[in-house]
Design a protein around this ligand. Structure first.
Ligand SMILES: [Zn+2]
Length: 459
């Protein structure tokens, strides 16, 4: 299969339409690409790093002990691997804590317990809980059309992610307003709480948490996610039982901001050490599951990318830096602080890469920058065909690197097969058992090669 892939690559190189000098540039990196591929697939080291991360710090929500352990652990990993400049750059982060009680019971002769979890940032219910009727809606427009009928009720937002969207991130984007703004719109309508269908395309009993916000001019009402199976059951119950009531209790709370850090480690460039190519993921995750796909995998891929380059004996001209950002999930403060950190004043960021779409087989990279950057990156795509990751398409780089991209730095997002991501996202389903070591490693190899090419060729 590999031999066939190389034959295909050789054929592609022969028909490259660009100037012959560019073809030569690309072909000269073929031994590097093959060496990284061999070294990665023989050792499968990214998976070993991920195992270590989720064993030591399975829960890494911003401000938690788990997150601090993860920062120390990844700094230690990078020191152990011989990276230079290993350090933690302090960032203050929000500190929200899930309570011990998360209950929603449909009252009736046979009480029905819904599988729920608080949304991140939610206030608690009063200690005795809330007992109220329920109005089901599928959009904010529908909620507004109810007028005073929503008043005093729990508003149940039950618009599923659109299953006809092949790109699941688009389906997520079309539904997630219910989670992020459901509590605000419930309060605006006079509601007493928000219950939101989980952001998943799968039918199961596992609730999926995620970030939500409040509007300071409106009452803050508690908000929880309900599993997709329970959302369907509740909808059916509501259609059969007018006046149905739910008793809901949450005891989550928000503490003062806490210290956290972006964790950095490098291979120092031999010719232009102040020119930086960043490869990154975010180390914080929700307190459900192990954050294996979101985004432990992106972090260990960044570390593995540098390890692969070192183990291949490559000495990049520019500095290649692995960054584990903090607080992507509920504030994005790590990404916000990175470009304005005083140390950045003496550096030139050449490009920023992020992997934050799960551990799945890579397809290529989305490129956020002007059209010339996309064209330049596409020149390298025959090399990435070795890993099945040859697609360079215009698109978003990633949440954490977005503030840096806004300063004019080209951004790259590792693009992966995406059908299963939301099966696991922000839930107890996101464990290391869902991660395929080969797919995870292929992503790290693709990142290693792209970092090296940018380091040697610039953008
Ligand atoms: Zn993420």
């Amino acid at each position: 299969m590999l031999r066939r892939a190389i034959r295909l690559l050789a054929a592609t190189l022969l028909v490259l339409p660009a100037a012959s000098a560019q073809s030569v540039d690309t072909a000269q990196y073929l031994p590097v690409a093959r060496s990284l591929l061999g070294a990665g697939m023989r050792t499968m080291n990214a998976y070993a790093l991920l195992r270590e991360l989720v064993d030591v710090a399975p829960h890494r929500l911003s401000g938690s002990d788990g997150q601090r352990k993860a920062s120390d652990l990844t700094a230690m990993m990078m020191t152990r691997l011989g990276f230079t400049g290993v350090r933690q750059e302090k960032v203050m982060v929000p500190h929200w804590v899930r309570g011990k009680t998360e209950e929603a019971v449909v009252a009736g002769p046979t009480p029905y317990r819904l599988n729920i979890c608080a949304l991140g940032g939610s206030v608690a219910t009063p200690g005795e809980g809330i007992t109220a009727g329920v109005v089901e809606v599928h959009s904010f427009e529908e909620l507004r059309s109810l007028g005073p009928r929503a008043k005093g009720n729990i508003v149940f937002f039950n618009r599923p992610m659109d299953p006809t969207r092949v790109v699941t991130f688009e389906a997520y984007g079309g539904a997630v307003d219910q989670r992020s703004r459901g509590a605000v719109e419930s309060a605006r309508a006079g509601g007493v709480a928000a219950l939101v269908r989980s952001m998943t395309l799968r039918l199961d009993r596992v609730p999926h948490t995620g970030a939500m916000g409040y509007n300071d001019s409106l009452p803050k009402v508690p908000a929880a996610a309900v599993s997709s199976v329970d959302a369907d059951s509740l909808s059916a119950l509501l259609s059969r039982t007018p006046g149905l009531k739910i008793h809901m209790t949450l005891d989550c709370r928000t503490l003062p901001d806490a210290p956290s850090a972006n964790v950095l480690g490098e291979i120092t460039g031999t010719e232009k050490p102040d020119e930086i190519v960043v490869v990154s993921g975010h180390l914080d995750c929700w307190d459900k599951g192990q954050g294996a796909n979101d985004d432990g995998s992106g972090c260990v891929q960044a570390i593995e990318a540098l390890r692969l380059l070192k183990s291949a004996g490559l000495q990049p001209k520019r500095t290649i830096r692995a960054v584990m950002f903090t607080n992507e999930e509920n504030g994005s403060r790590g990404g916000r602080d990175y470009p304005v950190e005083p140390a950045r004043q003496h550096e030139h960021q050449v490009a920023v890469l992020e992997s934050d779409r799960g551990s799945f087989a890579p397809r290529g990279f989305t490129v956020e920058g002007d059209a010339a950057i996309v064209q330049k990156a596409r020149r390298w795509s025959p090399l990435f065909a070795l890993f099945g990751a040859a697609e360079f398409t215009a698109g978003s780089g990633g949440t954490d690197i977005s503030p840096t991209i806004k300063t004019g730095v080209p951004g790259f997002g590792l693009d992966v097969e995406n059908q299963r991501y939301f099966d696991y996202h922000h839930s107890d389903n996101d464990t290391i058992e869902t991660v395929n070591p080969r797919e995870l490693e292929l992503g790290a190899i693709a990142e290693a090669l792209l970092c090296y090419l940018i380091s040697e060729e610039g953008l």
